[in-house]
Design a protein around this ligand. Structure first.
Ligand code: ZN
Length: 113
């Protein structure tokens, strides 16, 4: 019998779209009551998910969506942390698709494609 591997889906607290868990950024309220970004998705506690996009991060933090989902006050610094994690995730994806930057030798011309 073929085993169907189901990708767990989660909903972004900002745009309410269901997306595969791994495409979202997890924010967790730890057992100690601390709110932190969880890039590994393995921290235990109450979790909420947001798309790694500036608009969803802003909506999630500024409009209190994460606060509501986690039932705890979200620190302002979380927005910056989320942006950094989202940028890092975007960089990893870009790296997987090949380098974006074409190196131009000093004083030289760009290499022919
Ligand atoms: Zn979203």
């Amino acid at each position: 019998m073929p085993k169907i591997r189901k990708t767990p889906a989660r909903m972004c607290v900002a745009c309410k779209q269901m997306r595969p868990k791994r495409e979202l950024v997890r924010v967790v309220r730890t057992l100690a009551g601390e709110v932190t970004v969880d890039p590994t998705g393995k921290v235990s506690g109450r979790g909420a998910y947001v798309c790694p996009t500036v608009s969803c991060i802003e909506t999630g933090v500024r409009e209190g969506r994460l606060q509501h989902a986690l039932e705890v006050t979200v620190p302002d610094v979380l927005e910056g942390d989320l942006r950094r994690v989202a940028e890092a995730a975007a960089a990893v994806r870009a790296g997987a698709e090949g380098p974006r930057v074409i190196r131009i030798p000093a004083g030289g011309r760009p290499p022919r494609a």
